[in-house]
Design a protein around this ligand. Sequence first.
Ligand code: NAP
Length: 276
Amino acid sequence: MNKVILITGISSGFGKETAKLLAARGHTVYGTLRKEAEKIDKVNVLQLDLTNYDSIKKAVKSVLVKEGRIDVLINNAGAHTGGPVETAPDEHIRLQMETNFLGMVRLTKEVLPIMREQGQGRIINFSSIGGLMGLPFQGFYSASKFAIEGFSEALRMEIARFKIKVVVINPGDFHTSNSANRRNFLAPSTPGDPWHDHFRKSLSIIEHDESHGWDPSVLAKKIARIVETRYPKQRYIIASFEQKLAVLLKYILPAKWFMKILASHYGLILNPPMKA
Ligand SMILES: NC(=O)c1ccc[n+]([C@@H]2O[C@H](COP(=O)([O-])OP(=O)(O)OC[C@H]3O[C@@H](n4cnc5c(N)ncnc54)[C@H](OP(=O)(O)O)[C@@H]3O)[C@@H](O)[C@H]2O)c1
């Protein structure tokens, strides 16, 4: 059945691929942008900036006026910051939480009464593997995704009786614009400071993993199935075998062991070398 879908952040990455696929499958898709971008066939474009409450209200209202309903909300848009916690500028921290968490919450709150009135709906929230484990030098990104996890879990119980389902997506590494976008929001670190070597090494591993990640169209196909299936699961981890294994290990291994494994993946030294 054709669904009315509102998806955020369709200028690149998952949002672009997912909007394109859902529209091609016959759904009525409204995708949001902050600035002009290449047109996507059959996708209706709305202006929305998650850090601007008025734009959120306007976007939701315009879908409601045109369609009279919103069946699916896909909270895809996200910002990416990186760097040492100690040097992260306040404005990066604020941007990270405002975009990935507060903006997403505000949009969800605008859509909720519509779904409640219509007696059905589906909210698909983009978390990350970084929402299941803290990732070094991505502390505020992880924090924003952990916030989405807690919010989604609580919301799911509050709204189940209105037949509104909440689904969390945990993508692993995918090749999108996120590496490039993160480069605009890296906390300062200069050669010789206590962070520089570790941070640069970790960042090169993070970016290597992302650039060798899967194509976002893989995830778009999965999202289309989640939109169309009658009984979606609460969580989908869409990641490589190693990343799924890491999620499992986090829950079964002693925390210290897991930290060592993760630190070694990111090239971090946990203990200072012994002094002679
Ligand atoms: N790629 C991965 O490996 C990966 C892994 C785990 C989770 N994720 C999550 O997947 C989602 C999509 O990311 P992506 O990888 O597709 O990244 P992307 O290519 O960088 O796309 C991010 C989208 O979010 C939009 N956006 C950023 N800030 C916004 C704001 N304040 N208001 C409205 N829209 C805003 C961007 O629009 P502009 O063009 O205007 O900036 C862009 O359309 C994010 O939630 C991300 O955290 C990605």
